[in-house]
Write a protein that binds this ligand. Structure first.
Ligand SMILES: Cc1cc2nc3c(=O)[nH]c(=O)nc-3n(C[C@H](O)[C@H](O)[C@H](O)COP(=O)(O)OP(=O)(O)OC[C@H]3O[C@@H](n4cnc5c(N)ncnc54)[C@H](O)[C@@H]3O)c2cc1C
Length: 374
């Protein structure tokens, strides 16, 4: 077994780990990323790619602020990645419509549009006729829709591949098929054990998605981050006129740059299974067909399943653990990990290097677990 000393180790090569790694290289650091299987093979592969800074937020607060700030970083991030790696993360600036199925939902969405406009974000209310006109295809009767012209989309598997390749090109080392089995954080270093080596890191960041609590292995972190299984179906859309993402209470339809349509996604607690279920797939196709009957004839092209890293209070944990300035966590992004990829990577990298954290991160500090349990 070999031993090695590294400055910063990142455990987990999903979107979050790869974004921190790439941003660290911009700060002159050459991090080591340890990935249990293959880079971007878990939740970051399954995600729909919606950048739902507005559609996903039901109230103002730190998550809304972080989401809006992160969404603004996508154009420059995707351009830089394309230039550095020749991989296109397929950022498509088409906005999103949030459909209201009942008068109560319409009321709730209008209220949401109002507070988001007061917070400086754009939105418009579309009548059912306007929705039909903008989409170019018929939908089941509805009460109208909130149009969010700035909630765009990317293709998550391409984004994670581009971040990983860019990080490696800039000097990061990514070791795949090397699961971390033990982490010991001491006064002098963090000892990270894998089946191949023991690493001694100045600092380590656990970015292991749904597995982060398990990996920390400390009682106070038990179930702070846990999996919520999500299944999705991709259809070959053929000549179907797709442009905007359509988001309804029970289903969302995300057009992809390669002509496919992503139907998402189920939510199931208390399971580590990544097998697609007959029930989940039936639910998705039935709901999509009920909204847009023309989808019935499209061919199924792919099924994706992933475990969203959910957190116990709905906010990601970002920063050093309460009892250690060497061991950090960046996990628990739930339904919004793709949206939050740029800002998580940039602000954590800056914090790790400068020692100063952004005020935008205050609500996400891991020390909140101490306040909540005291
Ligand atoms: C169906 C679905 C749809 C989604 N849609 C959206 C969306 O539209 N918009 C959005 O913003 N978000 C969406 N999400 C959420 C988003 O995909 C996640 O929040 C995000 O991918 C989490 O990234 P991560 O890097 O934290 O986790 P992951 O991608 O799961 O990466 C964690 C990595 O850690 C590795 N790992 C685990 N244990 C170890 C270990 N012991 N040693 C080393 N490595 C380890 C894993 O192998 C994995 O590669 C969706 C998720 C799902 C499942």
């Amino acid at each position: 077994m070999t031993g090695r000393r590294v400055d910063i180790a990142i455990i987990g090569g999903g979107l979050i780990g790869c974004s921190i790694a790439w941003h660290l290289t911009k700060q002159g650091v050459r991090p080591l990323v340890l990935e249990a299987e293959i880079v971007g093979g878990q939740a970051s592969f399954a995600g729909a790619g919606m950048l739902g800074a507005q559609v996903e937020m039901q109230e103002p607060g730190p998550l809304f602020d972080l989401g809006v700030a992160s969404r603004a970083e996508f154009p420059a991030l995707c351009e830089a990645l394309k230039e550095e790696t020749a991989i296109d993360p397929e950022y498509v600036a088409e906005g999103m419509v949030r459909v209201a199925s009942t008068p109560e939902e319409a009321e709730e969405l209008r209220t949401r549009g109002d507070w988001q406009r007061q917070a400086g974000q754009r939105s418009e209310w579309w009548t059912p006729e306007e929705l039909r006109e903008h989409l170019g295809y018929p939908m089941a009767p509805c009460e109208g829709a909130l149009y969010l012209p700035d909630d765009h989309r990317v293709e998550a598997p391409r984004l994670v591949k581009a971040l990983a390749r860019a990080a490696v090109l800039a000097g990061a080392e990514i070791r795949q098929n090397e699961p971390v089995v033990k982490i010991d954080s001491g006064a002098r270093d963090v000892r990270i054990t894998t089946p191949r080596a023991v690493y001694s890191a100045e600092r380590a960041v656990v970015a292991a998605g749904a597995w982060s609590s398990l990996l920390l292995g400390r009682p106070e972190w038990q179930n702070r981050v846990f999996p919520i299984k999500g299944e999705a179906v991709l259809l070959e859309a053929g000549l179907f006129p797709l442009r905007k993402t359509v988001f309804a209470r029970d289903i969302y339809l995300v057009p992809k740059a390669d002509g496919r349509l992503y139907l998402g996604a189920t939510e199931q607690r208390n399971t580590w299974s990544k097998e697609p279920s007959a029930q989940g797939l039936a639910q998705l196709t039935e709901r999509a067909n009920a909204r847009v009957p023309e989808l019935k004839t499209l061919a199924v092209s792919e099924i994706r399943v992933g475990l969203r890293p959910w957190s116990d209070d709905g906010l990601p944990y970002l920063g050093p653990l309460p009892d250690s300035d060497r061991l950090w966590i960046a996990a628990g992004h739930g339904r919004n990990g793709i949206l939050l990829t740029p800002i998580t990577g940039r602000l954590l990298a800056e914090w790790l290097v400068s020692g100063r954290s952004s005020p935008l991160l205050r609500a996400f500090h891991p020390s909140r677990i101490v306040r909540r349990s005291s």
